[in-house]
Design a protein around this ligand. Structure first.
Ligand code: ADP
Ligand code: MG
Length: 234
């Protein structure tokens, strides 16, 4: 089966600084992959390459199909109503509003369709960002720390929503997060990036919805890959 993502020997340099080094990665259709790594390890750079935002690379990075991205900051246009923000990336289409309402329905935001973005809470703004990503019906959904700025409870609700949307639409997902537990709850596969290389890959086989208690062994390993020891957690 052809992967949604096929990366071979990807190297990315900024000047004489190598940020991604000879990276190989494929993501299957419908697979949910989480990418962990310290700040500055190259996670966002990888996502930008896959999003087509940076094409100055060595090696090969192929994405098959449509790509959508949601960032930590929702990047809304404050002078456009909520529903118009959803269809911003689509270009002019006659059934814009219908598509927007359908996507807003899915993220339970349809009641806010005609509100201004500034009236939304942080969690609502992030749900709008998800609706905007979904409306393109992506084959690949790229999420760059999408819940990083949210409080703990909102974050949990968002994780459930993403899982639910993924189950329904089945895009391939590459989720960048610094939250190990989030990765263990959501992903089929967890990758750890360090200094531009994938230093470990952990497959997670447990059925969903997941319980963290089932993953304590992997959790310890992933934390060790990130340089966090049990002593540091005690
Ligand atoms: P992460 O998302 O894992 O925190 P990034 O991919 O944003 O890391 O950045 C990886 C490294 O690449 C960092 O050292 C960062 O300073 C550098 N970097 C990112 N974008 C640029 C750029 N446009 N120009 C120069 N250096 C960059
Ligand atoms: Mg980043």
């Amino acid at each position: 089966m052809a992967g949604t993502v096929e990366i071979h020997g990807l190297t990315k340099r900024f000047g004489d600084r190598t940020v991604l080094e000879n990276l190989d990665l494929s993501i299957e259709p419908g697979e949910f992959v989480a990418l962990l790594g310290r700040s500055g390890s190259g996670k966002s750079t990888l996502l930008r390459v896959l999003a087509g935002l940076d094409s100055e690379i060595d090696g090969e990075a192929v994405v098959r199909g449509t790509v959508s991205v949601a960032f930590q900051q929702p990047r809304l246009l404050p002078w456009r109503k909520v529903w118009r923000n959803v269809v911003l990336g689509l270009g002019k289409q006659s059934d814009d509003r219908r598509l927007a309402l359908r996507a807003l329905e899915e993220v339970r935001l349809v009641d806010h369709a005609d509100d201004w973005p500034r009236t939304l809470s942080g969690g609502e703004a992030q749900r709008l960002s998800l609706a905007r990503a979904l409306v393109r019906e992506p084959d690949l959904l790229l999420l760059d720390e999408p819940f990083g700025a949210l409080d703990a409870l909102t974050r949990i609700a968002m994780q459930r929503l993403v899982e639910d949307l993924w189950q329904r639409h089945r895009p391939s997902v590459l989720l960048v997060t610094h939250d190990v537990d989030e990765a263990l709850l959501l992903a089929d596969r967890v990758l750890v990036l360090d200094e531009g290389r994938i230093v470990s890959v952990h497959a997670l086989g447990h059925p969903r919805p997941r319980r963290l208690a089932d993953h304590m062994d992997v959790r310890t390993k992933v934390l060790a890959d990130l340089g966090v020891t049990e002593d540091a957690l005690a």
